[in-house]
Design a protein around this ligand. Structure first.
Ligand code: ADP
Ligand code: ADP
Length: 228
């Protein structure tokens, strides 16, 4: 079963004058388990719309979006995925540890061993010392790392990441890339969006270029660089 399957996915918004804006004009795509797929395109191409549909935030106007063969609206499908939005909003008054506990419980982890599992993830993201501080006191980069740890806790089968490396300083970018590589070696699937070529090359083994709501090209990062 594909990790992700989009079949003729369409989304039409209405603008202020109630005119139709086609954000997705029929996108079909398949991501296999264990793949890291980069979704590339300029602003306004339809990347966020696709990700919002995949995470169940937005309903498509037409077509289908499946995660492990299940409709994305199915709660069993959503339990399989960790999601980091472009500008992660996390509950300001909670601590990183509390956020991770919630994430782990959501993915069905038992209470025993939960704290150690959460602390292990916080440690990997350099957040052990601030585990009990309120998120509102953390910097933007730290908040991004809390969001990544929150997505990974409980070992979901699929990660959906909107611009995952933006907002991280160079040192943390490399560490996060390493953590994501380790996640993949354990069989995890990643679907991420980016408008930065080097991010796609670093993280992805396959990419798709979306432009004006249509998928234009599919290929490997080497082909992207070489221009074929
Ligand atoms: P990207 O993430 O690639 O920048 P988006 O998915 O955000 O692209 O947007 C795709 C298109 O849909 C753009 O033309 C954008 O202006 C339009 N759009 C996005 N959200 C809305 C909305 N809520 N209402 C109307 N148009 C929207
Ligand atoms: P609480 O109300 O739970 O005591 P506080 O608002 O006092 O929370 O702050 C929680 C922790 O965050 C404290 O350890 C404090 O030192 C630290 N903190 C407060 N403001 C900042 C800041 N701007 N940057 C980094 N840490 C901060």
């Amino acid at each position: 079963i594909p990790a992700i399957e989009l079949d003729n996915l369409q989304k039409i918004y209405r603008d202020k004058r109630f005119r139709a804006v086609t954000a997705l004009g029929g996108v079909s795509l398949r991501v296999d388990p264990g793949e890291a797929f980069g979704f590339v395109g300029p602003n306004g191409a339809g990347k966020s719309t696709t990700i919002k549909i995949l995470t169940g935030i937005l309903r498509p106007s037409g077509g289908e979006a499946l995660i492990q063969g299940m409709d994305v609206q199915d709660h069993r499908a959503r339990r399989q995925l960790g999601y980091v939005p472009e500008n992660p909003y996390l509950y300001d008054y909670l601590s990183p540890l509390e956020m991770l506990r919630i994430g782990a419980r959501m993915r069905g982890m038992a209470r025993s061993g939960l704290k150690a599992h959460c602390m292990d993830w916080l440690e990997q993201f350099g957040l052990a010392a601030v585990a009990k501080k309120r998120i509102r006191h953390l910097s933007k980069g730290m908040t991004q790392r809390v969001a990544l740890a929150h997505a990974l806790v409980g070992n979901p089968q699929l990660l959906i990441l909107d611009e995952p490396l933006s907002g991280l300083d160079p040192l943390w970018r490399q560490t996060v890339v390493n953590i994501l590589m380790a996640y993949r070696r354990q069989g995890g699937t990643i679907f991420f969006s980016s408008h930065i070529l080097s991010d796609v090359e670093q993280l992805g083994d396959r990419f798709g270029i979306i432009h004006k709501g249509r998928l234009r090209t599919l290929g490997s990062p080497a082909e992207l660089r070489g221009g074929r």
